[in-house]
Design a protein around this ligand. Structure first.
Ligand code: ZN
Length: 542
C-alpha cells in the first residue's frame, strides 16, 4: 500500500484546532493528525514509563553508570521537534534513539552505546513506546474521543456554489471535478431506486473538466469534457463540505439525543405496549415500531409489555425489526437452564454485567429476552448497566484510563463447544470509537471470554489498572439497574452499549430470545425515523 505524501514540516497545533478551510491544509489534517490533537498529551506514554522509573529507582545508582536517565520534559520537547519524521512510515525507532542520545551525550559515546544494545535496552523500549503511540495516533480520531450525547444540528449552509476557472467551490472549499463527476446523481450515472453507481468511475478521465456551467434555481448545472451534463443542488454541495460531525447523524444513525442513566431509571424505564405494535392499522404499528427503536437508540433498551408469553409471538416480534442472527449456539432460542450448552449463560449462577459476542468481529447489535416461566424457585433478577454512562464517568474521572481502554486491543474467544474456537479477526479495544469523529460507538466488555491483551507483556499492567477503574464503576450500586423479568414483558437492549447480567436463581426458568445484527437494526431505525428518501440522499456526502 503506498502512503500519501508526507507534510514537509509539522503544522503548528493551533492551526489544526481551529477549523481550516484551506484546501491545502485539510488533507494534511485528515491523514496525519498531530498526536497532541488526537490525545491531549503524552500521558499514555508517560504512564507506560512508570515501570521503568520504578525499576531504575530501586536499582543501586552505580549498577549501570552508562545508562542515561530519561528527562521526560526534555524528551517531549525533542519528540515535538521530530514530528514530521515520527509520522513517516520509513521512520525507525533506532534513528530517534540515536538522535535523542546525541542531544544529551557526545556523538562518539552515542555511537558506542548504540552498538551495545544491552545497556540501552530500557531506553530503546521507552522510545519504541513513543514511536508506537505516535503511530497509533494516525489511526484514531481526528476529534477528541467522546460519548455522543446528542445529534448535531443539521448542516445548514447559506453559501452558494461558486465556479471560477473551471473549479467548483463553496465557502472557499474546492470540490474536485473527479468527485463531482463520479457522484453525478442523474439516473444514467446512479440507479434511481438502488442508488448504485452505474458509471465506471475509472472511465472518467483523471483531468475531467467543466466545459460550461449555468445556475439552476437551487444549484448548478455542469457540462463536462466527456459531454455529460450533471446537476447539483446547493444543499448537496454544501453537505459535502460540512464538518465531519455534521454528517454522522445519518451514517451512524445516532439518536437525536442519548439519555445516560443509572439505577434511578427503575422508576421510569422506557416501555412500549405490545397492543400498539400488533395494531391492525399499519400506520399505528409502524409508529409503535419507530417508538420502540427510538427508545433503544436513546436509552439503550426498551421493554415491550403485554406480549403473549409464547416463543412464537416473541420471535415474530423480533422479526419486525430484522431477521434473527444465527450463531454457533443457534438462532432464536427457547431454553430452560441447562448445562449441556457449555456456556455460563446457560447455567443458573450469577452473571456480572457484560456485553455478549466479544468473540465475534461484529458483535450482535440487539439482544432480546423473554422470561416465559419460572417455577419451583426464585431469584434470577436481570441487571442492566449503561456502558456509555460508565464511559462518560470514567472519562471525567480518569482520562488516561479512558484512553488506555480506547487504544489497547483486547482479544476474545468462544471455545466451549467441541470443535469450535471463534476469535475476532483482530483485537478490539473495550471502547471502540468512530475514526472520523471520535464518537464512542461500541463497548466490548466480557471478562469470561477475554483472551490476550495486545501489549508487550511487561506493559500489560497498565491495561489492568485502567480496566479495574472501569470495573469499579460498573459495579457501583448507583449504576446497577435491577429488574425482575416476568412473562409478558420482552426486554430488548443494545448490546453495543448496555451491559447485562443476572442474579443466581433456583428452580426452572424458561427463557426465549435472540440476537439481531447491528447494521440491520440501525438500518430499520434510520429508515423509520428519517425516511428512505432522506437516508439515500445522504449517501454520497455523509
Ligand atoms: Zn450523470
Amino acid at each position: 500500500m503506498s502512503s500519501p505524501a508526507l507534510p514537509r514540516r509539522a503544522l503548528p497545533i493551533g492551526r489544526l484546532r481551529t477549523p481550516s478551510y484551506s484546501v491545502q491544509a485539510r488533507p494534511v489534517a485528515n491523514q496525519w493528525p498531530l498526536f497532541h490533537q488526537a490525545l491531549p498529551s503524552l500521558r499514555v506514554n508517560r504512564s507506560f514509563t512508570t515501570s521503568r522509573q520504578l525499576k531504575s529507582d530501586s536499582a543501586a545508582p552505580d549498577t549501570e553508570p552508562q545508562e542515561p536517565g530519561i528527562d521526560l520534559p526534555r524528551m517531549e520537547k525533542f519528540v515535538e521537534q521530530l514530528q514530521p519524521e515520527l509520522r513517516s512510515d520509513q521512520f525507525r525507532p533506532r534513528d530517534l534513539e540515536t538522535k535523542y542520545l546525541e542531544t544529551i551525550l557526545p556523538k562518539d559515546k552515542v555511537a558506542k552505546m548504540v552498538e551495545t544494545t544491552a545497556s540501552t535496552a530500557q531506553l530503546r523500549r521507552e522510545l519504541d513506546n513513543i514511536h508506537r503511540v505516535y503511530h497509533l495516533s494516525k489511526h484514531i480520531a481526528r476529534d477528541p474521543l467522546s460519548v455522543p450525547l446528542s445529534l448535531p444540528r443539521p448542516w445548514v449552509s447559506n453559501f452558494k456554489v461558486q465556479i471560477e476557472d473551471g473549479r467548483v467551490s463553496m465557502n472557499g472549499i474546492e470540490i474536485p471535478n473527479i468527485w463531482l463527476r463520479d457522484n453525478c446523481q442523474c439516473s444514467s450515472c446512479m440507479h434511481a431506486d438502488t442508488k448504485q453507481r452505474l458509471l465506471d468511475t475509472f472511465d472518467i478521465s483523471a483531468d475531467v473538466s467543466i466545459t460550461s456551467h449555468e445556475n439552476t434555481p437551487d444549484g448548478i448545472r455542469l457540462t463536462w469534457s466527456d459531454g455529460h451534463t450533471s446537476e447539483y443542488t446547493n444543499r448537496f454541495i454544501g453537505r459535502s463540505t460540512a464538518p465531519a460531525k455534521k454528517r454522522v447523524g445519518n451514517r451512524i444513525g445516532l439518536a437525536d439525543s442519548l439519555t445516560l442513566w443509572d439505577s434511578s431509571i427503575a422508576s421510569f424505564p422506557p416501555i412500549i405496549g405490545y397492543s400498539h405494535l400488533a395494531s391492525k392499522k399499519s400506520e399505528s404499528a409502524t409508529a409503535a415500531l419507530k417508538g420502540l427503536l427510538s427508545n433503544i437508540r436513546r436509552f439503550g433498551f426498551s421493554y415491550i409489555d403485554g406480549v403473549p408469553a409464547d416463543p412464537r409471538t416473541t420471535k415474530s416480534l423480533l422479526e419486525r425489526i430484522a431477521f434473527i442472527r444465527t450463531t454457533h449456539y443457534g438462532g432464536f432460542y427457547d431454553f430452560t437452564a441447562d448445562l449441556a450448552s457449555k456456556d455460563t449463560a446457560y447455567t443458573n449462577i450469577a452473571l456480572g454485567a457484560h456485553t455478549d459476542n466479544t468473540y465475534f468481529s461484529d458483535p450482535a447489535g440487539l439482544q432480546a429476552f423473554h422470561l416465559l416461566s419460572h417455577t419451583d424457585g426464585s431469584g434470577g433478577a436481570s441487571l442492566l448497566v449503561d456502558g456509555f454512562k460508565i464511559a462518560q464517568d470514567l472519562k471525567a474521572q480518569d482520562r488516561d484510563a479512558y484512553e488506555i481502554l480506547s487504544l489497547v486491543m483486547v482479544h476474545a474467544h468462544a471455545s466451549g463447544n467441541q470443535g469450535i474456537s471463534i476469535q475476532p479477526y483482530r483485537g478490539f479495544p473495550v471502547l471502540q470509537h468512530d475514526l472520523e469523529t471520535g464518537y464512542l460507538l461500541q463497548l466490548r466488555w466480557n471478562t469470561s471470554d477475554r483472551a490476550r491483551i495486545e501489549l508487550p507483556i511487561d506493559q500489560v499492567g497498565k491495561w489492568y489498572d485502567a480496566a479495574r477503574k472501569w470495573d469499579a464503576l460498573v459495579k457501583k450500586k448507583e449504576n446497577e439497574y435491577w429488574e425482575q423479568l416476568r412473562p409478558g414483558r420482552v426486554l430488548i437492549f443494545d448490546n453495543w452499549r448496555v451491559m447485562h447480567g443476572r442474579s443466581a436463581f433456583t428452580g426452572k426458568r424458561r427463557i426465549c430470545g435472540g440476537y439481531i445484527n447491528r447494521d440491520d437494526w440501525i438500518s430499520k431505525f434510520k429508515i423509520l425515523r428519517d425516511g428512505q428518501e432522506s437516508v439515500l440522499e445522504h449517501l454520497a456526502t455523509d
